[in-house]
Design a protein around this ligand. Structure first.
Ligand code: DAH
Length: 337
């Protein structure tokens, strides 16, 4: 029996030496316990007088093995820690991994800048709905059904009198209906038209402005636009008003800025004219004021509307509007700040 115990001791100690993980040590301990159980099971077959000596030997074997397991457990734990540290080792001489952060879209950047410039002049932001009624988008803006000006703004109709707005001008009506003058609002938003070429997209953004108060004149519009041009582009930017027509303004003007590329000498960007058309504007037509319950003999106002993509294209030298909507990361990355 003594010999059997010694050979078991030797083989378990030998296997123990080789364990490197807590798991394999645990499994070895289970098989040791099973062996021990079998040995102790043999005790019942021994003559009575041999039992105490046998018990003593087995007990000593059990205790010494348990001590050995405990000692090995401490070693294995250390080994496992070392392995873990080696696996998680960080080479601080390696170049770091660069994570790309997102950035604002150029349209958003320009929109924010425009809002910044105009709110600096006291404009409040009002956002109207993208789905509009025929009344707000056209009729109240002095563009009744069958008016030829509707042709230029053909759009997507959702129902007989419901459409995707073609212009943020619709917001002017909503504001004048809801508020009494003095009014000074800026209305940014998406607009939709059946238009599609290098400089037009079926969806684009506009920025509308409306000022209504006593004694507002075209000179106020011109002065404000001059300030806008300087703040949005640079100190040298000049403004030119040309007579035009919009059903909702009288008189109406087309507004040009001196070309930011050549400073007015004439280049490819301004097609040799030195000027670039950027927005439509005018004095609010008295019919529009009347439609909104504002007395045109007491109040006057000016309004303007510009394309945000157009401003972005000018500012960043982009020549195809589609580039702004393709979401090509190589293009968009250039606007990260
Ligand atoms: N709504 C016009 C358009 O989309 C732009 C415009 C012109 C807006 C004159 C105005 C304005 O407020 O007074 O073409």
């Amino acid at each position: 029996m003594q010999a059997k115990i010694e050979s078991l001791r030797a083989s378990i100690l030998d296997a123990m030496e080789k364990t490197e993980t807590g798991r394999s040590l645990y499994e070895l301990k289970l098989s040791f316990q099973a062996e021990l159980k079998t040995i102790m099971g043999g005790m019942k077959d021994l003559p009575k007088e041999e039992k105490p000596a046998f018990g003593k030997i087995v007990n000593e074997f059990k205790q010494s093995m348990e001590a050995a397991f405990e000692a090995r457990a401490a070693v294995v734990k250390q080994l496992e820690m070392e392995k873990k540290y080696a696996a998680e080792r960080i080479d601080i001489s390696m170049p770091g991994r660069k994570y790309k952060s997102g950035a604002l879209h150029p349209i958003t950047l320009v929109k924010k800048e425009l809002i910044d410039v105009f709110s600096g002049m006291g404009f409040k932001v009002f956002e109207g709905p993208e789905i509009e009624t025929d009344y707000y988008n056209f009729t109240a803006l002095n563009t009744p059904k069958d008016h030829p000006a509707r042709d230029m703004q053909d759009t997507f109709y959702l129902a007989e009198n419901l459409l995707l707005r073609t212009q943020t001008s619709a917001g002017q009506i909503r504001v004048m209906e809801a508020e009494n003058p003095p009014i000074k609002i800026l209305s940014p938003g998406r607009v939709f038209r059946s238009d599609d070429d290098a400089t037009h997209s079926p969806m684009f953004h506009q920025m509308e402005g409306l000022v209504v108060d006593k004694g507002i004149t075209l000179c106020d519009l011109q002065g404000m636009l001059g300030e806008f041009a300087k703040r949005m582009f640079n100190e040298r930017t000049k403004v030119r008003l040309r007579p035009s027509f919009f059903p909702f303004t009288e008189p109406s003007v087309e507004v040009d800025l001196s070309c930011s590329e050549c400073g007015g000498k004439g280049c490819r960007l301004c097609k040799g004219t030195g000027w670039i058309e950027v927005l439509g504007a005018g004095m609010v037509n008295r019919h529009v004021l009347e439609n909104c319950g504002v007395d045109p003999d007491e109040y006057t106002g000016f309004a303007f509307g510009m394309g945000v993509e157009r401003i972005a294209m000018l500012k960043y030298g982009v020549n195809n509007i589609k580039t702004l909507f393709e979401n090509d990361v190589r293009f968009l990355e250039q606007f990260e700040d």
